[in-house]
Write a protein that binds this ligand. Structure first.
Ligand code: FPP
Length: 244
């Protein structure tokens, strides 16, 4: 199937990462079980992907499940893994029609077999998508990703940042082209990285919002992007030279 591109030239090279936080607190405030917060969070995932796609974002990375999240109650972990699998199976057709290429980054060896199958299926069916790269981080740890990439360095000879980025992408099932995050959003009012993007966020602009993830919508994403556009990115240079 021919898949068209509708990237906005303004944002097509932009890589937005989102640490989705606040499902549990959102549920508690509504008098609901945490599970309901995660269910509402899954709807916000769909909304955010659609919003990023229509705003023309080039790469969207959603951090869904960190290595530390295995420490949650077994019932909650099982629910989350089921939600991920349901999401992948239910959204495949839509992602394909929207020309969104999905990759799941992180470890796969601890995931249920049926989830790995769903991941491989959706990755294969959406591989031709060119409108937006969507990366979903499941069982992801920034430190572990760096350690696994370091193991691949080999004979101790020097490596460049670009080469290491490729090793890191390879070690995390990520498409090599999309490592550097430009704008990192965290919802839920916390201001930390939680061992999620480390190498990828080296030059990221950080944006924190008190909005709980299940309430996050297209207008919140647009606000974050507006804020990003107003930032002066200097990459350590002095302002006069930054524009050259
Ligand atoms: C953080 O909120 C959220 C998670 C650890 C799980 C993320 C899951 C989703 C967004 C829903 C499903 C996702 C997909 C891809 C279908 P929290 O539980 O830590 O909230 P809290 O800090 O308020 O307790």
């Amino acid at each position: 199937m021919e898949q068209s591109s509708s990237r906005n030239p303004d944002l097509q090279d932009l890589h937005v990462g989102i640490i989705m936080d606040g499902n549990g607190r959102w549920a508690r405030r509504q008098g609901l079980a945490r599970l309901e917060g995660h269910r509402a969070g899954a709807l916000a995932v769909h909304r955010s992907i659609a919003a990023a796609r229509s705003l023309g974002v080039g790469v969207l990375t959603l951090f869904a499940f960190s290595e530390d999240n295995w420490q949650r109650a077994p019932g909650e972990v099982a629910t989350l893994l089921e939600l991920f699998e349901d999401f992948l199976r239910e959204e495949t057709d839509w992602l394909r029609a929207a020309a969104i290429r999905l990759s799941v980054i992180g470890r796969r060896d601890r995931l249920p077999h049926s989830l790995v199958e769903a991941i491989e299926h959706v990755e294969e069916l959406t591989a031709a998508g060119r409108a937006m790269d969507l990366r979903l981080a499941i069982d992801y740890s920034g430190r572990q990703a760096i350690l696994r990439a370091a193991e691949r360095v080999g004979d101790g000879s020097p490596v460049t940042a670009e080469e290491f980025s490729r090793l890191l992408a390879g070690a995390s099932h990520a498409p090599a082209a999309s490592v550097n995050i430009d704008l990192l959003i965290r919802t839920g009012g916390e201001r930390r990285l939680s061992d999620l993007p480390l190498w990828e966020a080296a030059h990221a602009e950080l944006y924190f919002t008190d909005r709980m993830w299940p309430d996050f919508d297209a207008s919140d994403l647009a606000l974050a992007l507006d804020d990003f556009r107003r930032r002066e990115r200097r990459f350590g240079r002095i302002p006069e030279l930054a524009a050259t």
